[in-house]
Design a protein around this ligand. Structure first.
Ligand SMILES: CC(C)(COP(=O)(O)OP(=O)(O)OC[C@H]1O[C@@H](n2cnc3c(N)ncnc32)[C@H](O)[C@@H]1OP(=O)(O)O)[C@@H](O)C(=O)NCCC(=O)NCCS
Length: 152
């Protein structure tokens, strides 16, 4: 991953994130999160938080959107451009999030039960299955709820 830097997302990354998400969502066999639009991504970045792996020209190769609640973070969307799949980009982004949680904090996310790459990623980072939401996704698929807690 030469020339890639890890940055906080801001307004000027919106179009690159949207293009990455749209290209992925058009080709992916499972729904990726909710039905994200450019406006929803822009609002999420404006009102909440995001981390990204970026090229020097600002092009986003991988990004993670998350919200901060009292004693809890929730990951809303993660996506890596296919040419960067399996290079460790998303593991690095999520790991930096996990390294900065406080002792009382947990991190939550939902994932389509058929999304094996994402499930493999979360489990490899130490997330544990904590619940299920049948029929949660637009294709009728079940959501798995995963939680990460720092070991005390
Ligand atoms: C899921 C996703 C974000 C992973 O991103 P990535 O940058 O390729 O992941 P990484 O390279 O950091 O992989 C870290 C680990 O995740 C797991 N993993 C990633 N892709 C995998 C795959 N295709 N199959 C199985 N495990 C996989 C592995 O444990 C991997 O470690 P390893 O390569 O040492 O075996 C990427 O596949 C993607 O963008 N998918 C479409 C969007 C999506 O499904 N988002 C999740 C729902 S919100």
């Amino acid at each position: 991953m030469t020339d890639i830097s890890f940055v906080g997302l801001s307004e000027h990354h919106v179009d690159s994130c949207w293009q990455l998400y749209r290209d992925l969502a058009n080709h992916y066999e499972h729904p990726i999160g909710g039905n994200w639009t450019r406006e929803k991504i822009a609002e999420e970045i404006r009102e909440h938080f995001g981390l990204a792996a970026c090229q020097s020209d600002g092009e986003v190769e991988a990004f993670c959107l998350y919200r901060q609640y009292p004693e809890r973070k929730e990951i809303m969307l993660v996506a890596t451009r296919p040419r960067y799949h399996r290079t460790g980009a998303m593991r690095s982004l999520i790991r930096s999030l996990l390294e900065n949680i406080s002792a009382d904090e947990s991190v939550w996310l939902e994932v389509h039960a058929g999304n094996l790459p994402a499930i493999g990623l979360y489990e490899s980072l130490g997330f544990e299955l904590s619940g299920e939401r049948p029929g949660y996704y637009s294709d009728g698929g079940k959501a798995l709820v995963y939680q990460f807690k720092r070991l005390r």
